[in-house]
Design a protein around this ligand. Structure first.
Ligand code: DAH
Length: 344
């Protein structure tokens, strides 16, 4: 029996296992109830008394060896398999919900405006917020010392030797009209959304920054009727299919003739309320036929091409649409305000 025990010891010393399956086979072979170790202990009962001490010592040594070897093999195989065999995670637990943000109300309205015009064939264009006087004023036919310049409360960044080279924060998105006509030639049909700046004291009704959407359509035979139809379609899409528009004569240096666009009040539907100041109409945009001088400034022949342009304030439309009465709310980013636009 001693010889048998020593044979097993040699075997175990050189034994290696690569997989957990092999380790399990090792356990079954040596350590299970009917495994070799128990068989040897059964056999031990039959060993002659005078040999019991020697054989007993060997057998105990074998038992310790087998147990140690089993521990060592299990550890080795588990390490190789990474941690996934020892996960203490409960994979059936429901996950922590992601808290989703919401779009800013100005983004919601801007996207909607751009989408409506894009379905009428207008593409989106972009221009700089830091601009020269030329693009913001001079090319748009604002004569030097024209009072309309004063009306726009400009933030100047750098005064130059000649006025048209002054650097400023754009006061409207109309600068993009000029840039567009300079680098692309008609037919042009574009919508231009962005941030604009004016040096105004901040209050519920005025802010030093706000957003506008500019539209420009230049091609052969573009008429005032095209302008009217385009803006009527926009108003119906934006405020509801029963919306009507009205054009009021106005003045802008870069359009001739010019008109202010009103829509029927979509809050009271013409009955009269605070929003429309009981007139039944609310103003949403300035517009007009592009002045021939503006086309000339961009090297477009006004004999060949005509165009219309319009500009609207995104804040104004958003305030009307959602009944918001304080402009400052748009820029304070109070989550209690912003959360209300979830899913809008
Ligand atoms: N730029 C004007 C403003 O900020 C708005 C405007 C009026 C834009 C008429 C236009 C237009 O393109 O044709 O008050």
């Amino acid at each position: 029996m001693l010889e048998k025990i020593r044979d097993i010891i040699t075997h175990i010393n050189s034994f290696q296992a690569e997989s957990s399956e092999e380790v399990e086979n090792f356990r079954l072979k040596f350590l299970s109830r009917k495994g070799e170790l128990n068989l040897l202990f059964d056999e031990f009962k039959l060993v002659a008394n005078d040999q019991k001490r020697v054989v007993g010592q060997e057998l105990n040594a074998l038992k310790n060896l087998i147990e140690e070897k089993f521990k060592e093999l299990s550890e080795k195989v588990n390490e190789g398999a990474g941690n996934n065999t020892r996960l203490d995670l409960d994979l059936s637990l429901p996950s922590t919900p992601n808290s989703l943000g919401s779009l800013h109300p100005l983004s919601i309205v801007r996207k909607r405006i751009v989408e409506i015009f894009s379905r009428m064939g207008f593409n989106s264009e972009d221009g700089p917020e830091i601009e020269s006087d030329w693009y913001n004023f001079s090319a748009l036919n604002f004569a030097e010392n024209h009072p309309a310049r004063e009306m726009q409360d400009t933030f100047f960044i750098e005064k130059a030797a000649v006025q048209k080279d002054d650097i400023l924060l754009r006061t409207h998105t109309s600068n993009v009209q000029i840039r567009l006509m300079e680098y692309k030639k008609p037919p042009l049909r574009s919508i231009m959304a962005g941030r604009v700046y004016r040096n105004e004291a901040i209050s519920a009704r005025a802010h030093c920054q706000f957003h506008q959407v500019e539209g420009l359509y230049v091609d052969k035979n573009v008429s005032f009727k095209d302008l009217k139809d385009t803006l009527l379609h926009f108003a119906k899409e934006m405020f509801g299919k029963d919306t009507k528009i009205r054009l009021r004569p106005s003045y802008f240096p870069f359009t001739e003739p010019s008109a202010e666009i009103d829509v029927t009040c979509f809050i009271c539907h013409g009955k009269g309320c605070n929003i429309c100041k009981h007139s039944g109409w609310v103003e949403i945009a300035g517009s007009g036929m592009v002045d021939p001088d503006v086309l000339k400034n961009c090297n477009i022949d006004p004999e060949e091409y005509t165009g219309f342009a319009f500009g609207m304030g995104i804040e104004r439309i958003t305030m009307l649409k959602y009944g918001i009465n304080d402009l400052r709310l748009f820029f304070e980013n109070d989550v209690r305000f912003l959360r209300q636009f979830k899913g809008a």
